[in-house]
Design a protein. Structure first.
Length: 301
């Protein structure tokens, strides 16, 4: 099973709560344990201008391609936008496109990164510059490889950028389950938003997820699911505000993959947020999510 990763995902963000090195750290854990072999790692191609324009405005695409960002853009994104940061976001777009194609071919596609769900059509927010999920879904829709897609966003924060980009598009169902008291302050409307109280733990979280996700999968019947498996639902996360244990997160992932597999729905995995007080815990959670994807889908579809 192939895993999509680019060396350009890893970029220094000194003093920032978002540590981009967590994706490479997760991959290294899998390599060390022999779960993934070096030959399994595939690098994504950079997206084209036409790809970016599927979900973003010409002005924002130009800023990203020409590195024409203003100080205000960094303020909105809450992230100092260096050339390395911009390149990392660009390559993550290519990674999610590649993972989505692999999902259609093999039943599962894994981007060891991605999940920039706070990026809007014309600006970045919440450490996100380009909405890789929206671009990948719109590309497959345009190519008529799929007719309907579901975005299963289980990051601790609402996928506001994704919700805004797909507002009114009946081909795409945006499912976001997140903390009620977390970022962003201004919410967009997803196809279905499920808000959780601060500190929500394993039992309540999993019960709510099981009630909500199974129903919408049956009703919407997507040709592809893009799963944003945020690690920031962990109780030891600095920004998540929820209270899941590592075992609870494993059960979450296993449930999502099982529900999709049981309905013959391919899954493209992105990893999203993770700001654990002990940074190695975010990487560990991401690694376990990838293990779950590999075990739940290899050869099934």
């Amino acid at each position: 099973m192939k895993i999509v990763f680019s060396k350009y995902y890893t970029v220094k963000t000194p003093g920032h709560v978002f540590r981009a090195g967590k994706f490479e750290a997760a991959l290294n854990m899998l390599l060390k344990d022999g779960i993934v072999l070096k030959k399994d790692i595939v690098a994504p191609a950079a997206p084209s201008k036409a790809d970016l324009l599927l979900a973003h405005s010409p002005a924002w695409v130009k800023k990203n391609l020409k590195f024409g960002f203003t100080p205000e853009d960094s303020v909105k994104a809450e992230l100092t936008i260096t050339r390395g940061v911009a390149r990392a976001h660009m390559m993550n777009v290519g990674g999610t496109i590649k993972a989505a194609r692999l999902a259609l071919k093999n039943g599962v596609g894994i981007n060891c990164g991605g999940g920039a769900h706070h990026a809007f059509k014309d600006h970045g927010e919440g450490f996100c510059l380009l909405n890789d999920i929206a671009i990948a879904v719109k590309k497959l829709l345009k190519e008529r490889l799929i007719r309907r897609a579901m975005i299963i966003d289980l990051d601790a924060h609402q996928g506001n950028g994704t919700a805004a980009i797909f507002r009114g598009d009946k081909r795409v169902f945006t499912f976001s389950m997140h903390g009620v008291e977390t970022y962003p302050e201004k919410r967009e409307r997803s196809s279905l938003d499920i808000e959780l109280k601060a500190g929500t733990g394993d039992a309540v979280y999993l019960a709510v997820l099981k009630r909500g996700l199974s129903r919408v999968l049956d009703e919407f019947r997507p040709d592809l699911a893009v799963y944003l498996a945020g690690a920031d639902v962990y109780k030891g996360d600095a920004l998540g505000g929820l209270g899941l244990t590592m075992l609870g997160i494993k059960k979450r992932d296993a449930f999502v993959f099982s529900e999709c597999r049981g309905r013959g729905v391919p899954v493209a995995l992105t990893l999203g947020g993770g700001y654990a007080l002990k940074p190695e815990n975010s990487a560990k959670i991401h690694a376990e999510t990838i293990k779950s994807a590999l075990s739940r889908h290899a050869g099934d579809l």
